[in-house]
Design a protein around this ligand. Structure first.
Ligand code: HEM
Length: 522
């Protein structure tokens, strides 16, 4: 998912420098700019001690895995709900399924907004996307269009051929490489497949322009991941030390807008030639423009010559790329890694795939018979949620959680990684054991709060089906066509499983494995 301010805290080297600057500047002008303090007499959730000005930032500094650090802080200071002060902003951290249910079900409406962060503000013309739009009529309309038109089961189904073609190309390239006996970089390969499927779903076949768009998106992902001091000290947004970041964001927005404008123009001229066709996501939105049934009020949203519809397309498409590619690749690489270190799981999953597709080709129609693979995917998402700290939420009114008062505009971080490993709900929670999902009583669809890789409630991920369709087809195909070995210098148990916290909780090192073609399929 798109990076949030907190995830960045692990990216500390540049933080220290920036922090020193901020501290100095803050001390100089703190009489002018006071950070807001909650009114006295409130029953706030417990939390660790705070320093003036930086609050609890020092307790996160030096910890490269903030989800793990927040778990240990929560154990000590606030097992369910913990208060943290990060710079100018008040946060609460949610670390149990019960508290998550309070936030995302019982009080879902109260906590349905998002904090305003600089990057989405600039990139999405003032958070005009789905993920970062504040709760309200605009977000509702955007989400409705997204859920009905872009991420619905019907729409995901319509990209079946695209997925099958891209995964089949992947299998062909791996088969060629298998002849060399060398390890292949499965992480990069999966990233390429996900990007190709996403770009064809969004733009249809427009390879040159979509490649250019992908390059800008990659750059955006790099720039927005990491510590963003401007999000923790919003009153200092205009300080020179921060304006460079804003200027970079501006440039990236312009670059991606201009590529997208050309893509939209191409679509429009093709539509003029071929009549109304509904092929990809840009076409779907252009159809709505022509029918004037978007439902979003057309105010004076003409920004630098960008029409409202181009802007909507821009927000949807950019979000699709930013939200979908890293998360799906991450889910895939961890599931595959866990199967490698748990050979009995790999064997069982492989037997199932080869039995279901005994006639020799993997297709999406047969995927639903892969019940064991479903359990493997669930277990992978439980142990390695690609978004370990859910996108922050915010309450637009003051609220209460259990007995605690939560002042207005508190940022809420739900630590899904910790929640998914709660030993009160999961036996041996650190173990990769897909059979725990055998009875089908718990799933990731947002009603079981001990397992929330896609979040829950109004702001739950709408891209779940889009993502799982690619992940499952790729896993099934790779298990069907190849046996997988670790490079000779390592053992299965020795496979490096180090995490790297960023836009998604990736593997630190790419997953490199040796493919061996199943003889009878060759
Ligand atoms: C394995 C893959 C994915 C995972 C684990 C994932 C996870 C998440 C999570 C945890 C959230 C926040 C939910 C909350 O606040 O309760 C989210 C939001 C979102 N995701 Fe995903 N996501 C994935 C793939 C995708 C894809 C492929 C797309 C687009 C096609 C997408 C689009 C979005 C959007 C637009 C939101 C914001 C929803 C809102 O604020 O209303 N995600 N995702």
């Amino acid at each position: 998912m798109i990076s949030c301010s907190l995830e960045a805290i692990n990216n500390i080297p540049c933080l220290l420098l920036t922090l020193a600057t901020i501290l100095t500047v803050t001390l100089l002008i703190r009489n002018k700019q006071q950070r807001s303090k909650p009114a006295a007499g409130l029953n706030l959730p417990p939390g660790p001690w705070q320093l003036p000005i930086i609050g609890n930032i020092h307790q996160l500094i030096g910890h490269r895995q903030p989800h793990r650090r927040l778990r240990s802080l929560a154990h000590k200071y606030g097992p369910d709900v913990m208060s943290l002060q990060l710079g100018e902003l008040s946060y609460i951290v949610i670390s149990t399924p019960e508290a998550a249910q309070q936030v995302m079900k019982t009080h879902d409406l109260e906590f349905a907004s998002r904090p305003s962060l600089l990057a989405p503000n600039v990139l999405f013309n003032g958070c005009k996307d789905i993920a970062f739009a504040p709760y309200g009529e605009y977000w509702r309309q955007m989400r409705k269009i997204g859920v009905l038109e872009l991420f619905s089961g019907k729409r995901v189904q319509s990209f079946r051929r695209v997925r099958e073609e891209e995964v089949s190309n992947l299998v062909d390239s791996i088969a060629l490489l298998a002849e060399t006996g060398e390890a292949v970089d499965l992480t990069s390969m999966m990233s390429a497949v996900t990007s190709a499927v996403t770009s064809r779903a969004a733009f249809g076949k427009a390879p040159e322009l979509s490649d250019a768009f992908m390059m800008v998106v990659d750059h955006i992902s790099d720039v927005i991941a990491g510590f963003k001091i401007s999000d923790l000290y919003p009153s200092f947004e205009s300080l020179p030390v921060l304006t460079g970041y804003r200027a970079r964001l501006d440039r990236m927005r312009e670059a991606s807008h201009s590529i997208l404008d050309r893509i939209i123009d191409e679509h429009k001229s093709r539509r003029r030639r071929a009549g109304l066709i509904e092929e990809d996501m840009v076409d779907v939105l252009l159809n709505h423009q022509e029918n004037q049934d978007l439902g979003i009020p057309i105010t004076d949203e003409v920004i630098k010559g960008v029409t409202l519809v181009s802007m909507l397309i821009f927000c949807f498409v950019l979000e699709l790329f930013l939200a979908g590619i890293d998360t799906s690749t991450t889910a895939f690489e961890w599931i595959m890694s866990e199967m490698i270190v748990n050979p009995t799981v790999l064997k069982r999953a492989q037997e199932e795939v080869r039995q279901v597709f005994a006639d020799g080709s993997v297709d999406e129609a047969g995927l639903r018979q892969l019940k064991y693979l479903d359990m493997v995917i669930s277990e992978g998402l439980r142990l390695h949620p690609p978004v370990p700290l859910l996108l922050p939420r915010e309450n637009a009114e003051k609220a209460t959680l259990d007995a605690y008062d939560i002042p207005i505009n508190t940022k809420v971080i739900v630590n899904a990684w910790t929640i998914n490993r709660d030993s009160r709900y999961w036996t041996e929670p650190e173990k990769f054991y897909p059979e725990r999902f055998m009875d089908g009583s718990v799933d990731y669809r947002g009603t079981h709060f001990q397992f929330i890789p896609f979040g829950a409630g109004r702001r739950m991920c709408p891209g779940m089906s889009f993502s799982l369709a690619i992940v499952k087809l790729t896993l099934a195909s790779l298990l069907f066509h190849f046996r997988w070995r670790v490079p000779t210098e390592m053992t299965r148990e020795g496979l490096d499983m180090t995490e790297c916290f960023g836009a998604a909780l990736r593997r630190k090192n790419a997953l490199r494995l040796i493919p061996v073609l199943f003889d009878d399929i060759a």
